[in-house]
Design a protein around this ligand. Structure first.
Ligand code: NDP
Length: 282
């Protein structure tokens, strides 16, 4: 029998740590699998996924900018993927793709479990309304935040996300240009890809932060440097990057595919050691 195939689809995707994480989980659990990265432009995504399925593909992770497209092609979706309107995990069942979204669970598990932080009653600002923001927003609401203010460069995407969440008393959108007028927040989540080239500063009003604020960047590695530098300059209490979320969302996908929950601590420690930087929780 051939080795079961899994892959991460994205554009670009060469940076993805998912092949390394899933290989580590596979070694740890003794499960034989092949996991590769497949660079796919949005216009070729459906065809590439069909080819992958035809070659025996059993499961796929999906990263930017394909998560909303993955939702659209899923024959069925889990409840958390439906609430997100975005899919980051596809499973092949009976010749059809089932879509799930493990981003939100991964983020909350990292923040509350690994980092030991309490999200309840925090007033939250979510920067971005792309696939990742869609994944984490419902999970943050479920984790007990008091309010979610969504701000995106393209305001119509922030409006659409707020509408999809369907909790107008707790979740609403505001304009990026009005960031200076929104008051302060005890949770600020950067779910934009603005710093992915690793250049430049993250320019936000310092008045958004308080000495109790938890600042979270979904990015990791060099892409997280500008936002975390802003968070420290703004005297946020905690500044956390997205490496732990990355490992936890991968573990959720691994469990969905293989029925075994891998231990994430060793994999997280190995990747953190490699990156040498970027998490403080003081
Ligand atoms: P998408 O392409 O779906 O969305 C990108 C988001 O970034 C949009 O809201 C976009 O705004 C915004 N954006 C892009 N450039 C700028 C800019 N110059 N200024 C302000 N906003 C900008 O990507 P994803 O949502 O999938 O991913 C977002 C980031 O989160 C990525 O960098 C990704 O690596 C990271 N991520 C990390 C994960 C983890 O496990 N740690 C998991 C998933 C994602 P607009 O709508 O106006 O274009």
């Amino acid at each position: 029998m051939s080795t079961p195939r899994y892959a991460v689809f994205g554009h670009p995707v060469a940076h993805s740590l998912s092949p390394r994480i899933h290989a580590a989980f596979a070694r740890q659990t003794g499960i034989a699998l092949e996991y590769t990265a497949i660079d796919t432009a949005p216009h070729d995504f459906v065809a590439a996924l069909d080819r992958f399925a035809g070659e025996g593909g059993k499961g796929a992770n999906v990263t930017l900018p394909l998560k909303e497209a993955a939702f659209a092609i899923s024959a069925t979706v889990t409840d958390r993927a439906r609430r997100a309107g975005a899919v980051n995990t596809l499973s092949r069942n009976d010749g059809r793709w089932q879509g799930d979204n493990t981003d939100g669970a991964g983020l909350v598990r990292d923040l509350t479990g690994r980092q030991g932080l309490d999200l309840r009653a925090r007033k939250a600002l979510l920067l971005g309304a792309g696939g990742a923001a869609r994944g984490v927003a419902p999970a943050l609401l479920d984790a007990g935040i008091s309010e979610l203010v969504i701000v995106n460069r393209s305001p119509e995407r922030a409006d659409a996300l707020a509408d999809a969440l369907g909790e107008p008393d707790r979740a609403h959108s505001r304009y990026w240009a009005d960031l200076g007028d929104l008051g302060d927040f005890t949770l600020i989540v950067n779910a934009t890809s603005a710093s992915r080239d690793g250049k430049g500063e993250f320019s936000l009003p310092f008045g958004l932060a308080t000495p109790r604020t938890l600042a979270v960047d979904l990015n990791y590695g060099e892409a997280a440097i500008p936002f975390l530098a802003w968070a420290r300059a703004a005297h946020c209490h905690d500044a956390v990057d997205g490496l732990g979320m990355l490992v936890e969302q991968a573990a959720e996908a691994f469990e969905a595919w293989h029925g075994v929950r891998p231990d994430t601590d060793a994999v997280y420690a190995e990747l953190r050691d490699r990156d040498k930087v970027l998490v403080t929780a003081d």
